[in-house]
Design a protein around this ligand. Sequence first.
Ligand code: SAH
Length: 449
Amino acid sequence: MQKNQIVEVEITDLSYEAMGVGHVDGETVFVTNALPGEIVKAKILKAKKNFAFAKIEEIVKESPDRVKVPLRQSVQGGLASLAHLTYDKQLAFKKRQVVELLKKAHLDDIEVADTLESPLKTGYRNKAQVPVRTVKGQLEIGFFRRHSHDLVPLEDFFTNDPEIDRVLVAVRDILREYHVPAYDEEKHAGEVRYLEVRRGVATGDLMVVLICLHKDFKGLKEVTDAISEIDGVKSIFLNHNPQKTNVILGKHDYHLWGKKYIDDKIGDLTFEISPQSFFQINSSQTPRLYKLAIDQADLKPSDMIVDAYSGIGTIGLSAAKYVREVRGVEVVKAAVKDAKNNARLNQIHNAKYYAGKAEELMPKWADEGLKTDVIFVDPPRKGLTPEFIDAAVKTGPEKVVYISCNPATLVRDIQLFMDQGYTNSLVSPVDMFPQTPHIECVTVLKRTN
Ligand code: SAH
């Protein structure tokens, strides 16, 4: 296959990144937006030694599972790269991904539950970070075309809470009105790089974060005043990111106006969330995810539990009333501060949160002789480290409840726990990210000796 060549190909599978997979003369071709069962004419965009990437020129035979997506551009941009597949088939796709990863690791004995559907299928995101650039002489918000930094202007982001889109557009208009320059990546100049908006779904509180090249710019005061007038906005920050980098946020947040956090609820607990603290993105599904995790832990009043990778303490605090003691660890200091504050706010007195790396604090606790009954872990995509797992096992938990946002590292870590005498019989995928290929799972490892 060669660049710009048009090939006719039958799509037989979906890759974990939701690309249609087909074969031409024994070589694999990944076709954006194509679905299994379809025959497409595709144009090769990039040809490698044994595989190529392509885009659809024409659908010759269409899948009955195809959904006509109004926001074709956003889908192509990767914002919602599974939106062209019916929701039921998205759930099946996610389950199958987990089944196949387990099979590859020779763990076919482990059952995989049907993916738990999300109550909201679109408009579910309670947080958005969108790039700001100049397009045709005008400041725009939007998304970067796949594999590029070309901004495609957009007002309806499809997976965002519609209230967030309303505020994004209102802030965009204010930046235009006050002639604030958008960031220029090539020249490393201008002011506003990204806009972040978060919403407490239970309270309606909105937070706006202007992510800027400089700490201050001409007209910032006027811009802040105007943003504070937007209906529902309760908190405004400036995040300072002076670096030449693709990383969105800089280290420092400067409080510009209003509250220093927004409030939200999970179940009957209230949480205060500051700008850099992690909070589960899909508020409609979070209580269901936590319920699954806590139910499977089968907690007892005498239990000592650990909440590792705790964020602002949402899992540990949700479990606190069922157990004797909660100990949490989280690397982001602001999140630990939030966790401590959230314990106080909800009058929970049996939970302590510590700042540090889980893979460093857990071994320290194990050396100090800590004994645990249940450990909850909720790590980022790279999963756990062997040091963490060794230390966790040393504290003797009867169960480890693993919440994972990456089934590949989950399967790897299940194996490491099995090597140390733990068993696993069921992995439950939970759809936290409808319209995207992202897969969240919950599983329990049980001690056998
Ligand atoms: N359990 C929380 C947060 C999960 S997200 C919730 O459900 O909301 C994962 C969290 O792990 C993030 O808050 C991130 O800051 C934190 N983290 C990342 N690396 C870490 C490490 N090495 N040690 C401890 N926490 C870490």
